[in-house]
Design a protein around this ligand. Structure first.
Ligand code: NAP
Ligand code: MG
Length: 488
């Protein structure tokens, strides 16, 4: 990995506004580097500002009347053609995703393909009901509900799922007739630009989708505050999300947040242990733990604790950590040096506090931002690692003796995104399903992973507003109107 690799020369990349590719009006750009080889520049991207937001919102506002009046089936046809365009370049998208943010290629390929599947599901909305018909109580004349597009919707997305998250917001926003300005994460703009090109190829009218790249403070803030933006869908960290929510609600806008998690996995003594070990490994370490749904805490029942620990450590020994471009690699790099430093600091702090390091804890390469899969035990329930999201390949083992205790400790965080249990008992399953405080529950599967046709979202501090994906998306991207229709 430390061999010098000569980076291919790539052109500067652009924003996509009003159907045109153009540099930022600021005239500024920034360099995005490959986290597996930081000497390699992936591309130069626009460092946009308020004027770019102004132009993008104006373009979206101008495109709204025609797009919202286009029959839903016509809008769906554009989504279906976009899915085809994505299919045709899945490999290219996956390779670029890996290069710009370090997701192992095997996962990047699945994510790129999933973007097309999400578009196909959303296109189906054109043929599903959008209202309910009743009779008026006094006359029997019709009274019905319709759902209308909101107008200009702003989407703000993180770097860790640079294809799936933009698409699972864009697809419903567009199929229901909204126009969009999306601010892609600075750490992973190239994947999103591929998607925009696919929409363009599919014949999406200019101005319906506008992409602006730049910093959160310089692009995100003016976008949230813009008077012509009706609604904001945000995925990212809790502090930024809460700032966005407070600003948006103060201005009377609709807002949806998908935020961090601190996801527990409970292993009961009656579990199929090998499956639990595999799920713990994948949940904690795939994508180097840089998933909102990654497994942060593993609670294991007394009777199988030592057995589980031995098998888990053995699985870590056998895991493949390294170059994310190698299709065999399971654990790749951290997205950037700042995040690597933050995770390393959390590991150091946990050691100082007296937790026992069972595996990992060290950087594996001089150049790549590679961190060894890291496991602690003996972490206090109120310690940093038990309570705060450390966004990397770090997880902790905890021992418990009763299900009551496991559920109580699993729930003792402010987050509520996802949770898993491994058990063969129906009674235990039922208690988990009724009592575990999270928006996504997994019985005998890992904490990460989401199907495209069902709702996705967290509770407690992990989310705000209606959930995303599946038919749940209609709640956020449309407004409900009730029509009393008497005859002439
Ligand atoms: P982040 O730092 O909160 O950033 C998310 C997005 O917000 C980025 O595009 C960022 O821009 C932008 N932003 C930053 N400051 C802003 C501001 N003041 N106003 C408006 N926008 C602003 O999150 P991240 O580091 O990219 O992603 C990791 C986090 O996302 C983790 O906490 C993870 O758990 C969470 N996440 C949640 C889900 C979910 O569905 N629940 C899914 C994936 C990730 P920049 O380009 O400047 O960064
Ligand atoms: Mg961040």
């Amino acid at each position: 990995m430390s061999d010098t690799i000569v980076a291919p020369v790539r052109p500067a990349f652009a924003n996509f506004v009003g159907g045109e590719w153009a540099p930022s009006t600021t005239g500024r750009t920034y360099e995005k580097r490959n986290p597996a080889r930081p000497s390699e520049v992936v591309g130069e991207f626009p460092a946009s500002g308020a004027e770019d937001v102004e132009r993008a919102v104006a373009a979206a506002l101008g495109a709204f009347p025609a797009w919202s009046r286009t029959p839903a089936a016509g809008r769906a046809a554009v989504l279906l053609r976009t899915a085809e365009a994505i299919d045709a370049r899945v490999e290219e998208i996956a390779q670029d995703m890996t290069r710009e943010m370090g997701k192992p290629l095997r996962e990047a390929r699945l994510e790129a393909a999933r973007a097309a599947a999400i578009l196909r599901f959303a296109a189906g909305e054109a043929w599903r009901p959008v209202g309910e018909l009743y009779q008026q109580s006094a006359t029997g004349a019709p009274v019905y509900t319709v759902r209308r597009a909101l107008g200009v919707v702003a989407l703000i997305t993180p770097w860790n799922f640079p294809a799936a998250i933009p698409i699972w917001k864009l697809a419903p926003a567009l199929v229901y007739g909204n126009t969009v300005v999306i601010k892609l994460a600075q750490e992973a703009p190239l994947t999103g630009l591929h998607l925009a090109e696919c929409f363009e190829q599919a014949g999406l009218p200019g101005g319906v989708l506008n992409v602006v790249i730049g910093r959160g403070s310089e692009v995100g803030t003016p976008l949230v505050r813009h008077p012509d933006v009706r609604a904001i869908s945000f995925t990212g960290s809790v502090p930024v999300g809460h700032e966005v929510r407070d600003e948006a609600t103060r201005l009377g806008k609709r807002v949806q947040l998908e935020l961090g998690g601190h996801n527990p996995l409970i292993v009961m003594a009656d579990a199929k242990l090998e499956r639990a070990v595999e799920a713990a490994y994948a949940g904690a370490f795939w994508s180097a733990g840089q998933k909102c749904t990654a497994t942060r805490r593993i609670y294991v029942e007394d009777a199988v604790y030592e057995d589980f620990r031995a098998r888990f450590l053995d699985r870590i020994e056998r895991g493949k950590v390294g170059d994310p471009a190698d299709p065999e690699t399971e654990v790749g790099p951290i997205v950037n040096e700042r995040q690597l430093d933050e995770i390393t600091e959390a590991i150091e702090q946990s050691r100082r506090e007296g937790a026992t390091l069972l595996a990992g804890g060290e950087r594996l390469d001089e150049e790549a931002y590679l961190l060894a899969p890291t496991v602690f035990e003996g972490v206090a329930d109120d310690a940093l690692l038990s309570c705060e999201e450390v966004f990397g390949p770090v997880t902790s083992l905890y021992r418990f003796s009763t299900l009551d205790e496991a559920l109580e400790r699993a729930n003792a965080v402010r987050f509520g995104l996802s949770a898993s249990i491994f058990t063969t008992s129906l009674e235990t399953t039922q208690r988990f399903v009724n009592e575990l405080e999270a928006g996504l529950l997994h019985v005998n599967s890992q904490t990460a992973g989401a199907d495209i046709h069902v709702p996705f979202g967290g509770i407690k501090s992990s989310g705000f507003g209606p959930h995303e994906q599946g038919r749940a998306a209609i709640e956020f991207y449309t407004e409900l109107v009730t029509v009393y229709q008497d005859g002439p």
